[in-house]
Write a protein that binds this ligand. Sequence first.
Ligand code: FE2
Ligand code: FE2
Length: 358
Amino acid sequence: MSTMKKNTQRHTEKNMFLDESVDIQRFDILKYPDIDKITDRQLGFFWRPEEVDVSKDKKDFRELTANEQHIFTANLKRQILLDSIQGRAPNLAFLPISSLPEIETWVSTWSFFETIHSRSYTHIIRNVYADPSFVFDQMLDIKEILDCGNDIAHYYDDLISHNNNQEYNNYRHKKALWLALHSANALEGIRFYISFACSWAFAELKKMEGNAKIIKLIARDENVHLAGTISIIRNLLKEDPDYIKIEKECADEVLHLFVNVIEQEKNWAEYLFKDGSMIGLNQNLICDYIEWIGTKRMRVLGIHSPYKVSLTNPLPWTEKWISGSAVQVAPQETEITSYITGGVNQDVSTETLSKLSL
Ligand SMILES: [Fe+2]
Ligand SMILES: [Fe+2]
């Protein structure tokens, strides 16, 4: 990849990935306007953690039981790790092989918003804990968190090594991209939602509401990221017949990837609730939710879920926290409640703002 090399192909004739790298960032004529709309959507959601007052959370935290404090802190620690990986991985893995302006810009925008999430955790921690370092310093001592991080990194690392491989095999490279995109989808669409449910469970009890407001803003972004992965996966199948073959060849591995995420999330729930549950949330309920949301994400991608799940959300109260997280692409398949107009989100000033009292 070079920073400037005049393309031999017209930009609208190139594939999303693994063709000549972008020469000119142009958005007048796009091969995938829908992907550019996802970027627009995300940019319209710009926010800063300092806009949310979390000062009351400090008092709330002191009044939580030891068990509730464990749930809150462990959940936060794990989410910090998830966003730390996601803040750099798309840039490292997808960006170097992007070959369209709308893909390059989307990946950069995606990664950038993950860095806002990471900064928001420090904002929360500074306000809630007397010693912020206590949260960060011991994070990776928790085996369950480390295992989760290693599992997520695995598919990204594999793609990165293909990106840098001298003995080049284009087909295997595409397979690595396919798997990394599914891994990103499971992270954005399953793992994060488990963390969100735990944060909102506190707010349902009128505790830690500043944190829950920040998580609501994060969820709005993750939902856009989820739509981004779905859109890219679907467009790959349309633009290059190799991916139709790859979809079949990798079907077992993709299923294994999702089942692995779901089972690891259930193990995580066991750790989270090891000392007992809290009002409104326990290990069984969150495990039902994990299988339910995991199945929902798999079905959108045409993957048959081995889990038998209820038709309705086992944690229905999570939905009001997610509402407003609108995405134009595949709305019924993410968590849509409204549509984009004019490139800027319109629901920020209504439902979201009234809840956030920014
Ligand atoms: Fe994030
Ligand atoms: Fe994300």
